[in-house]
Design a protein. Structure first.
Length: 268
């Protein structure tokens, strides 16, 4: 399973995209750390993101909010990151996370950090993810599952996606095909770096690609229509290539395959 290693403040400030999770063996435990969720800011569309360092690094929540706002002209969007870096089963026992999801009616809740076996030989409970989906719907939100991208050189995209699809088959939720978008980007553009030096986390371009797919799951809009966003440190030409890859991915694997009855966020 992917497990969070707590980082020192100096390392976080110096290399936001290169620390965080590492691959661990069975029996190792997760340490929590990371960012806290502040009071939600008033906006037409509110996105609550629950995950670990894969969600937190490179301002991915802010990327999602900017893309959602761009896709819904005339509306404002904000993202709020739940406090701490936790697996979904751990977060279900976290009072601050439970208070946050119940604190208001959310437009969207994005769920990342389902435990999975890196070897494929073990199974971890998914009941907690299903409970988070139920809580998201109770809060009036569209639940969106965020399967992690594969580690560098490891063919695990389909296994990770299928795990999340199985969760959504029990309790309906959208499933963003993030890993498939990464695989396609690396096939189309072999020289494009998406992974950080640890082979696990993302550089800003990798987070940007994930955010494009997640935003498409939320709005139903194609990533190709997202305007350039200069504030996230991703070159405009790379953004264009990523938009094309994300568009092809969501057209092939619709994020709303497992949530066909849900409304599109941002539509009247």
């Amino acid at each position: 399973m992917r497990v969070l290693i707590m980082l020192g403040a100096v390392l976080l400030s110096a290399a936001c995209g290169s620390g965080g999770n590492s691959v661990a063996g069975i029996g190792e435990s997760a340490a929590t750390g990371g960012t806290g969720g502040g009071a939600p800011v008033a906006a037409d569309i509110s996105v609550l993101m629950m995950g670990n360092s894969h969600t937190s690094f490179n301002s991915l929540p802010a990327m999602v909010a900017a893309m959602v706002q761009a896709a819904t002209p005339g509306r404002t969007a904000v993202s709020v990151e739940a406090p701490g870096w936790m697996f979904l089963d751990e977060r279900l026992g976290d009072a601050a996370s439970l208070q946050l999801i119940r604190s208001r009616r959310w437009s969207v809740v994005v769920l990342q950090a389902q435990k999975y076996s890196t070897s494929g030989q073990f199974e971890y409970s998914t009941a907690e993810a299903n409970e988070w989906i139920r809580l998201a719907r109770e809060a009036g939100a569209l639940p969106v599952m965020f399967p992690e991208w594969p580690r560098r050189g490891v063919a695990e995209t389909q296994r990770i996606y299928d795990l999340h699809a199985t969760i959504a088959s029990k309790t309906p939720a959208c499933v963003a095909p993030v890993g498939q978008a990464w695989d396609l980007a690396q096939a189309r553009h072999p020289g494009l770096a998406l992974h950080a030096g640890d082979g696990n986390h993302a550089v800003p371009a990798g987070s940007f690609l994930a955010a494009l797919v997640i935003a498409s799951a939320i709005t139903g809009k194609l990533p190709q229509d997202t305007p350039p966003l200069a504030q996230f440190g991703v070159d405009a030409n790379i953004q264009a290539a990523l938009r094309a890859v994300a568009t092809e991915t969501v057209q092939t694997i619709p994020p709303r395959l497992h949530c066909p009855s849900d409304r599109v966020v941002g539509q009247s």
